[in-house]
Design a binder for this molecule. Sequence first.
Ligand code: NAD
Ligand code: WQD
Length: 344
Amino acid sequence: MSQQKKILVTGGTGYIGSHTCVELLQAGYEVIIIDNLSNSDAGIADRIAEITGKKPILYKADMTDKQEIGEIIASEKNIFSSIHFAAYKAVGESVEKPLMYYANNLNSLINLLDLSLEYGIKNLVFSSSCTVYGQPESLPVTEQTPVVRPESPYGNTKRISEEIMEDFYAAHEDFKGIALRYFNPIGAHPSGLLGELPSGVPNNLIPFVTQTAAGLRDEIKIFGNDYNTPDGTCIRDYINVVDLAKAHVAAIDRLAQNKTKKAFEVFNLGTGRGISVLEIVKGFEEATGVKLKYTMAPRRAGDVEQIYANSSFAENELNWKAEKTLKETLASAWNWEKKIRDIQ
Ligand code: NAD
Ligand code: WQD
């Protein structure tokens, strides 16, 4: 494995980005973060340093500001690859403010690709999402499962971003891109120093569960129990964030070792296990010993009934596999929630 290659991590103080910085530093890569701190804070860089003993350089800057980003990249020199996490990700907000999502998520990527050409950053790993599959006709989904127009503007930014990359790499074959389609990332770093920090009422299931366990929310509403699934609730593929972070290192290693087979490659990243909402609630209780109050509620608009990954392409080609159990992942999410709420 190549050591001390410099990796530019956009959105590197965010939830998945911060865990990835830890894994990159531990694997011997040098890390530079660009983040506008719109959904994170500068203290995360200190936490990354506390875990790894190495402090990443953090530039507070906005990826939509091409001039400023260009100046940073020019001053850094010799960046081997970018990992592009920086984006807005709230599905509901994207329905209300579509232009804000298209402007931020697409302009950030376009600027990064353009600056990559200008400064010779030959490699890019991009955060995509299983949302590009919509409700697939057959499960589990492989990378060959057809991509559809996602329900939300947020999801659509991911589909369009992949299309932009496809065209970019067709035109510039000495540049390499990898899009990673994450299923549902959950959990926190085992140190309890990094995790997800949603602002306001969480939209996603796991932060809602941990906040309910912590007493911040009265009860969990299970959105729909009349789906065509074994217990009637929706099924997802929940992947541990540390496992997910490690897949980014595997993607960078693949680029560093010149193992890519095409200029633009796409990988699913999931566990292959479909887990229902009720199984999450019960699994959390078992993993933590904390009882949860929950009620059945109407379906949430835009939810797909069930989706889970076939990740064998990533397993074979990236030499990567999701390893953590659901139990330890849910326990890590609770450990993080307790730390930030000061619960003993
Ligand atoms: P996050 O919000 O925790 O991290 C994103 C980071 O990007 C934040 O620190 C934010 O401050 C920063 N950012 C946003 N816009 C920026 C801009 N214009 N310039 C600079 N920084 C900017 O989100 P996350 O959960 O870590 O997600 C990371 C990536 O993975 C996103 O692209 C997201 O769409 C994608 N993704 C997330 C999930 C998920 O469930 N968390 C699932 C699939 C894909
Ligand atoms: C999971 C399940 C809900 C909250 C979202 C984005 C997707 C991707 C990952 C970025 C669903 C149910 C939830 C609650 C519930 N992000 N639920 N009560 O919707 O699968 O995916 O995050 O790319 O694009 O859409 O994740 O955590 O919101 O929901 O019953 O209070 O939990 O209905 O079945 P989702 P989620």
